[in-house]
Design a protein around this ligand. Structure first.
Ligand SMILES: *[C@@H]1O[C@H](CO)[C@@H](O)[C@H](O)[C@H]1NC(C)=O
Length: 168
């Protein structure tokens, strides 16, 4: 029994030693929200982020959502992760939501804290990401590049109609 335990500890030490933690993470993130006009009770939040480490690797990442729940981040590409959730349109706070991201060890610490009914704020995050909620009743939020395209279409449309008038 004791040998078994010792062996497990040894394995763990070797395992941890092989994986060097990510240092100095550089994070780029983008977020968007979805709101179907026909389903107005919930708003979907999606955040995609890319993490580059100066050295070392990332194990799994976990996100602490605004409601306090902790979910694993989905891996969507090399160093790319995605977190998504929905909130009630009535209670979803407008503005910037700060989402805290944790690594494997932070996640373990979080679970310990939650078991003891303590505040999760005592566990420091690996990094933060921001998710912007433009407001519940402003309709679907479009990505800025999309808005730019629409705006330029309008500009050319008006240019064309104006030109037509001048010619006529
Ligand atoms: C996350 O944001 C909080 C405040 O918004 C800040 O105190 C904390 O240092 C940030 N964490 C990291 C890792 O940058």
């Amino acid at each position: 029994m004791a040998d078994h335990f010792l062996f497990s500890v040894l394995l763990l030490v070797v395992f941890v030693g092989l994986i060097s933690a990510c240092t100095n993470p550089q994070v780029t993130s983008k977020s968007f929200t979805t709101q179907d006009a026909t389903i107005v009770t919930h708003i979907g939040f999606i955040s995609e982020f890319e993490v580059k480490c100066s050295s070392g690797d990332i194990s799994s990442l976990y996100a602490e959502l605004p409601d306090g729940s902790i979910i694993p981040a989905a891996v969507v590409g090399t160093n790319k992760y995605q977190v998504s959730w929905t909130e009630d349109t009535k209670t979803a706070a407008k503005g910037t939501h700060k989402i805290r991201i944790f690594e494997e060890d932070g996640y373990a610490a979080l679970r310990k804290v939650l078991r003891g009914n303590e505040a999760t704020s005592s566990v420091s995050e690996f990094f933060n990401i921001s998710v912007v909620h433009p407001g519940a009743y402003s309709g679907p939020w479009l990505r800025s590049e999309f808005i730019a395209v629409i705006a330029s279409l309008f500009v050319s449309y008006f240019a064309v109609t104006k030109k037509g008038k001048i010619v006529a």
